[in-house]
Design a protein around this ligand. Structure first.
Ligand code: CP
Length: 314
């Protein structure tokens, strides 16, 4: 189909084939397949798998890592990329999400990568378009490619995911990264503990996936962990919450003393951006166990795999 019409935009359509909207609904076999495909991708050895394809990057929210790695991944596969930001585009004039999506389809997009502040925005687009939509982060809902690249990073250091003990420490409540990671870790059989104060890790978070634990003690959560995943405290979303940052730092900041409670070969992860001195100390960010920079690098082969698969080449 070369054009999209309003009739095609019927409510109730299922997502366009190849769309990657979230980890919650993704079968384990698909997760495995994407991780295996990522291993075959080498950004330094470009492959023209997507030559002639147009990747539209539609970002309604700021991004450094996700945006840059999708763009580099697309180009490494021979595709062209076009970046549309909400600022400076007709979105500022009031164009709706779907009208923007139809416009990008009409100019020839083969796949749209979208980041949006509202949960479900990529799902809505995928139901109304006949091209794949990839969720690059939707509100506080999911960030599936971050969870995949984090799993890919864990697998480069650990033989298996199913035996891992993972502590996720920080602002789980506001984190789409946490939601996607929780679903993925649950599907692969890892043991996950969420840790933070009730304002950032509410009790209801334990219902997100089977087997999740919540701990209010950072020491307890980190002790014996194979992976300590630190999350940014999203200060921009804290208005209305009774959270004292000095108290948070004293009880939950990941310091070298706390990190030493984890296994000797534990990985220190953070999806970024990191705020040194808040959720982790400067020395933790740069310590030998930190794979924060490697996570960013691994975003490129992982997103090459995601784009290739979305367009039927993987
Ligand atoms: N981890 C992550 O999504 O980073 P960006 O917001 O920089 O893309």
């Amino acid at each position: 189909m070369s054009t999209i019409t309003k009739t095609q935009a019927a409510v109730g359509r299922s997502a366009a084939r190849g769309s990657i909207l979230g980890i919650e609904g993704m079968p384990l076999s698909e997760i495995d397949r994407l991780l295996q495909l990522a291993r075959k991708m080498n950004p330094l050895k470009p492959r023209p798998l997507l030559r002639g394809k147009r990747v539209l990057l539609l970002f309604y929210e700021p991004s450094t890592r996700t945006r840059a790695s999708f763009e580099i991944a697309a180009k490494a596969l021979g595709a062209t990329t076009t970046l549309i930001l909400s600022s400076g585009s007709s979105i500022e004039k009031g164009e709706s999400l779907l009208d923007t999506a139809y416009t990008l389809r009409a100019v020839g997009a083969d796949v749209i990568v979208v980041r949006h502040p509202n949960a479900g925005a990529p799902h809505l687009m995928a139901r109304h378009l006949d091209i794949p939509v990839i969720n690059a982060g939707d509100g506080m809902h999911e960030h599936p490619t971050q969870a995949l690249l984090d799993a890919y990073t864990m697998l480069r250091h650990k033989k298996k995911l199913n035996s891992l003990q993972v502590a996720i420490v920080g602002d789980v409540y506001h984190s789409r990264v946490a939601r996607s990671a929780i679903h993925l870790l649950s599907k692969v059989g890892a043991r996950t503990t969420l840790c933070g104060p009730p304002e950032l890790v509410p009790e209801i978070a334990a219902t997100l996936a089977p087997g999740l634990r919540i701990s209010r003690s950072c020491e307890e959560a980190v002790r014996g962990a194979d992976v300590v995943m630190v999350l940014r405290v999203q200060r921009e979303r804290l208005a209305g919450l009774k959270l004292s940052l000095p108290d948070y730092i004293s009880r939950y900041q990941i310091t070298m003393t706390r990190l030493r409670l984890a296994k000797n070969d534990a990985m220190l992860m953070h999806p970024g951006p990191i705020i040194r001195g808040l959720e982790l100390t400067w020395d933790v960010a740069d310590c030998p166990q930190s794979v924060i920079v490697e996570e960013v690098s691994n975003g490129v082969p992982l997103r090459m795999a995601v784009l290739a698969r979305a367009l039927g080449k993987g």
